[in-house]
Design a binder for this molecule. Structure first.
Ligand code: BG6
Ligand code: MG
Length: 214
């Protein structure tokens, strides 16, 4: 008996580690706006959109910027991030990703990506993982980013499954909140602080086999 008919994966921090590239690219933005930037602030950027991430960094800035200036900063950050992403290869996939997804698929479970990133398709291509999913819902297709449930609800709709049949896999608090708001169970990978307990805590992607296949 399958416990879930579909699994929706967050991308950054779940299927691959792009954190260090985001961190590097935002570090320069923070310097430009004279705002502090460290791992703790970086944690708060996980799962939230580019513009919302910029607003979080600007909380620590003494400058008052116009909308046009903010847009320029976000575009420059993305250009730096995209340049760094050129270094991404299939070796940056989270260990066990390929085998685990293949096992879930073989068991008849549908697979999707639910990511706030507008670079998701590019990243999946660089990882060689673009063909592994039945649906990819990303930051280019939504108007509200996590913790709003839109990206996960849309992914479930693309799969043709009701939210109650879907398991979300996340690394960020905003993603856990989005899953809960969408009526989906959530497995959290990694050790980031969460606002409430998820249905599952996992150390590796391999652990999903037992959870999803029940
Ligand atoms: C999420 C990341 O997946 O995508 C966030 O966790 C990031 O840190 C967000 O801000 C938006 O990414 P992008 O690639 O559209 O700038
Ligand atoms: Mg994430």
């Amino acid at each position: 008996m399958m416990r879930y008919r579909a699994v929706i994966f967050d991308l950054d921090g779940v299927l691959c580690s792009t954190d260090r590239f985001h961190f590097e690219a935002w570090k320069q933005t923070a310097r430009e706006v004279k705002a502090p930037f460290d791992e703790k602030i970086n944690q708060r950027l996980r799962g939230v959109s580019r513009m919302e991430s910029l607003e979080i960094i600007l909380e620590g800035s003494p400058l008052a910027l116009s909308g046009a200036e903010k847009l320029r900063l976000a575009e420059e950050k993305n250009a730096r991030y995209r340049a760094l992403l050129q270094n991404l290869t299939p070796a940056d996939l989270t260990p066990g990703a390929e085998e685990t997804l293949a096992a879930l698929r073989a068991a008849g479970i549908k697979l999707a990506v639910g990511s706030s990133s507008k670079n998701a398709v590019f990243i999946l291509e660089r990882l060689g993982a673009a063909s592994w999913f039945d649906a990819v819902c990303d930051g280019t297709m939504i108007s509200h980013s996590k913790p709003h449930p839109e990206v996960f609800l849309k992914a479930a709709e693309m799969l043709g499954e009701p939210p109650g049949s879907c398991l979300v896999v996340e690394d960020a608090a905003a993603g856990l909140e989005a899953a809960r708001a969408g009526g989906m169970d959530c497995a959290i990978i990694g050790g980031a602080d969460m606002p409430f307990a998820p249905e599952y805590h996992i150390d590796t992607l391999e652990a999903l086999r037992a959870i999803a296949l029940g």
